[in-house]
Design a protein around this ligand. Structure first.
Ligand SMILES: Nc1ncnc2c1ncn2[C@@H]1O[C@H](COP(=O)(O)OP(=O)(O)O)[C@@H](O)[C@H]1O
Ligand SMILES: [Mg+2]
Length: 391
């Protein structure tokens, strides 16, 4: 849908902003351009709608060389969303969104219908928002309108230059989710610029990582994470995101260091309170010397309370069949996890002292073959397993 062929851009002052850029963007694809500030992302984007002209090379949109098109007409069929929104302050939301369809000759009725349709897609109640002015909207709402305006003329291609960059983290995530949802039904061809790797990993079908005007690596998010082309890519993606070899990772690195615990002498009402407070259905029980003694399950506590006897934790503990030490490899631990009766492993030291807990969630960043527990398992319905949600 969009094709860059050997595209370079040297600004008149001699800055080489983009160098020999080659990329073919498929229809319905979200391509995310990412890289450090000044690496040429914005310039690349602006060349697509002819806000900047390549010094050499060729860009095709829908198979057609864009130099053969009238730039104004070209821009009307390519949506463009930027960080500073660019809504016209003296125009209502409806007028802002309807601007391009109007320029393209749509009639009043068609435009009004389209505007309402679009507002509804973003959960902005049309009667409430139609006639407001941009400054009467929150930042997140304004940015939504910016996206809707870009969609209004039903363009095949949308360019987005750090569109959510100025928003607070919560609005930002909301808009990312909305964009993904919209894209599921609209299937536009989107070139999206960001410098935020989380955003790129979340939105991209393919990521184009740039440095000094050049492409360093192109690939699906998982490709970049599995096979970073070089140290720069590795660093840019961030060490914490890499999938690691389970034979090289120690339990200590990935375990939860603060599992929800109780002690052998505790009463059952207190045990229940702890479970409720931490939203878990088991407590790891230790004795006075911090030695791991067993597991207290919610079920056992409830049964004991029903029986009416005065009981303390150590009387109804359940033993665990598997434990692991912090110096074991994740591979070894994963094998034990598969046969553990509780779906997690207490991590203990050589003196049986409790050091942490390892559950399936700890394994997300390692490639390891485990029997992943079924998402709708009984456990899940009862409550979370110990340690799934340490606060
Ligand atoms: N109009 C311009 N004139 C001269 N240099 C420019 C101009 N626009 C951008 N540059 C330079 O081109 C390089 C790439 O800029 P840009 O495409 O804006 O990068 P990014 O969007 O990745 O931050 C930078 O070195 C920038 O300073
Ligand atoms: Mg930029």
């Amino acid at each position: 849908m969009v094709k860059f062929q050997n595209v370079s851009k040297i600004y008149p002052n001699g800055t080489c902003a983009v160098r020999n850029f080659n990329l073919s963007v498929d229809k319905g694809e979200i391509i995310v351009l990412i890289g450090p500030s000044g690496c040429g992302k914005t310039t690349t984007l602006k060349m697509v709608n002819r806000l900047a002209a390549p010094t050499s090379g060729k860009i095709l949109v829908g198979g057609k060389d864009i130099r053969e098109e009238n730039p104004v007409r070209l821009r009307r069929r390519i949506g463009y969303v930027i960080q500073q929104i660019g809504l016209f302050p003296h125009m209502t939301i409806a007028q802002n969104i309807g601007l391009v369809p109007k320029l393209l000759g749509a009639n009043q009725q068609e435009i009004a219908k389209k505007v309402d349709q679009l507002l509804e897609m973003c959960a902005l109640d049309p009667p409430l928002y139609r006639s407001r002015y941009p400054k009467q909207l929150s930042g997140g709402e304004q940015q939504r309108v910016g996206v809707l305006r870009a969609l209004a003329a039903d363009p095949d291609v949308i360019l987005m230059d750090e569109p959510f960059g100025a928003l607070d983290p919560i609005s930002r995530e909301q808009l990312q989710d909305e964009l993904k949802r919209l894209q599921d039904s609209l299937q536009k061809t989107i070139i999206f610029v960001t410098h935020d790797m989380d955003e790129a990993l979340k939105l991209a079908d393919r990521i184009v990582l740039m440095k000094d005007g050049e492409i360093v690596q192109i690939g699906r998010p998982e490709d970049l994470i599995r096979n970073p082309a070089n140290e720069f890519v590795r660093e840019f993606i961030g060490e914490k995101r890499f999938i690691r070899n389970p034979e090289e990772v120690m339990v200590e690195e990935v375990m939860l260091k603060t599992p929800v615990t109780g002690n052998t002498e505790m009463g059952l009402a207190e045990a229940l309170r702890q479970m409720q407070h931490h939203r878990v259905n088991t407590l790891l029980i230790v004795d006075k010397k911090d030695k791991f003694s067993g597991i207290l399950t919610m079920r056992a506590v409830q049964q004991a309370i029903r029986s009416g006897n005065r009981i303390i934790a150590k009387e109804i503990l359940e033993p665990v069949n598997e434990t692991v030490t912090s110096q074991s490899t994740v591979l070894e631990a994963a094998r034990k996890l598969d046969v553990s009766s509780f779906g997690f492993l207490p991590v203990i030291d050589e003196n049986q002292r409790l050091q942490g807990l390892l559950n399936y969630a700890c394994l997300v960043n390692t490639f390891v073959d485990v029997i992943w527990p079924n998402g709708n398992s009984e456990n899940e319905q009862e409550g979370r397993e110990n340690g799934c949600n340490p606060s």
